[in-house]
Design a protein around this ligand. Sequence first.
Ligand code: HEC
Ligand code: HEC
Length: 253
Amino acid sequence: MRALVLALHVTLIGAAAFAQSAALSGYEFMEPSTRELQDDNFLNPGIFLLDEGSALWSRPLGAGSETCQSCHTDIAADMAGVAARYPAYDADLGRVVSLEMKINAEIAGRLRGKPLEYESDDLLALTALIGYQSRGMPMEIDSHPEAVYLAEKGKEIFQTRRGQLNLSCQNCHEQHWGEKLRGDTISQGQINAFPIYRLTWTDVGSRQRMFVWCMESIRSEPYEYGSDEFIALEAYLAVRGQGLLIEAPGVRR
Ligand code: HEC
Ligand code: HEC
């Protein structure tokens, strides 16, 4: 009897999850060969970031001798689930920040060091390392009013047509996902795998580098890295992709 109840329970949970699973990871749209690259740590070209990140984690990045490791001694325990809930409202900073901004705030604030540049190897490495501690965990959303407000802004940005091609993010990633575009299969434009190693870039990139790429591909002027607009887009995409499992560091075509 207990087993039956349990089985039913599992089925119901499964059904509920399925009903809500309108969100699909970009992984679902990839060729098997690209999936294999992501799944196998020996093949995944983004994995080197974890070694680089670990080295930085235990290196003084500022004026003193302290490192990230000094305070966050058990990274697996301390950073589990962290990447899955950014962007998030940060009480100390009094605003919603991306994970990259939070890392830089820790470097500047606690280590008295110089913030890292967007898309620098070092910032990507730390982001990937922290992201990896959430691999397989579902993206959660921040319910702080500031984060909710920003996600609403992000939705507007997502739906606004722009550029010479006069397209919105929504036009491709909601109305045409699953279709082919210049060799790519358009996915839902989810952010659960970042930072990613992108084969077309032969390089790694952040969520915001992807936004820049998409904006440039419709011949529009991209927003600045770290801009309110990009944080808003991240906040909205987090809401939209709620529940998707973190894949960092991901691999994409
Ligand atoms: C002309 C169609 C088009 C438009 C418009 C567009 N994108 Fe994309 N986007 C793509 C293609 C093609 C890719 C690469 C294949 C894929 O993952 O969809 C991509 C990839 C992405 C990804 C990575 C998905 C993953 O799983 O790695 C994100 C995130 C994304 N886009 C966000 C956006 C945002 C935000 C906008 C609006 C500022 C936007 N895109 C506008 C075509 C578009
Ligand atoms: C002097 C101690 C100290 C140092 C050094 C330090 N941190 Fe932290 N960090 C904290 C405390 C305390 C918190 C807030 C409590 C928590 O979430 O663990 C925090 C929070 C964080 C968070 C947010 C966690 C969350 O739940 O949102 C991240 C990410 C983070 N630190 C990364 C780093 C990185 C990367 C470094 C090195 C560049 C670093 N920290 C260095 C003490 C420190």
